[in-house]
Write a protein that binds this ligand. Structure first.
Ligand code: FES
Length: 158
């Protein structure tokens, strides 16, 4: 599912340099790094910090503040479950908690066989079909336990 390439410092620097002219380049750079490598490698943080002339601590703060950025490579498939208000009102928290228990994962975790990463998102614009989810970027509405188990099984088998 992901076209991520292995970490490469020179390629990361090209990505950073391509965004330096932007106003507020930190987030676009992080998104582009994640797009390229599938996550934001630890090694990218000081590299970006140095290019932006900010401290590593500040850069770490940015990376950890936003839920969008992965700190480790994702599994073959990524399931994002919405935790925002409308979905919560339709029982998403319990559905997600029970599912995470069944697959023995925590938020942001990846199954040992590398099949599936489960992440939280905060509103997918699917509120009318809450609870909402994304499976490999495909939107899914009215998520329930059975659906999630089917997706986990599909992830294991592909
Ligand atoms: S609150 Fe979950 S899709 Fe909007």
């Amino acid at each position: 599912m992901s076209g991520a390439v292995p970490w490469n410092e020179a390629r990361a620097q090209e990505i950073i340099d391509a965004h330096l002219g932007l106003e507020g380049p930190a987030l676009p750079i992080l998104h582009a790094i994640q797009e390229e490598f599938g996550y934001v490698p630890e090694a990218a943080v000081p590299q970006i910090a140095q290019s932006l002339n900010i401290s590593r601590a500040e850069m770490h703060g940015v990376v950890s503040f936003y839920h969008d950025f992965r700190r480790a490579p994702a599994g073959r498939h990524v399931l994002k479950l919405c935790r925002a208000e409308s979905c919560q009102s339709m029982g998403s928290e319990k559905i997600a908690k029970d599912f995470l228990e069944r697959v023995k994962l925590e938020w942001g975790g990846t199954a040992n066989d590398g099949s599936l990463t489960v992440e939280a998102v905060y509103c997918l614009g699917l509120c009318a079909h809450s609870p909402g989810a994304l499976y490999d970027n495909e939107p899914i509405g009215r998520v329930d336990a059975e659906m999630l188990d089917e997706l986990a099984a599909e992830a294991r088998n592909s």
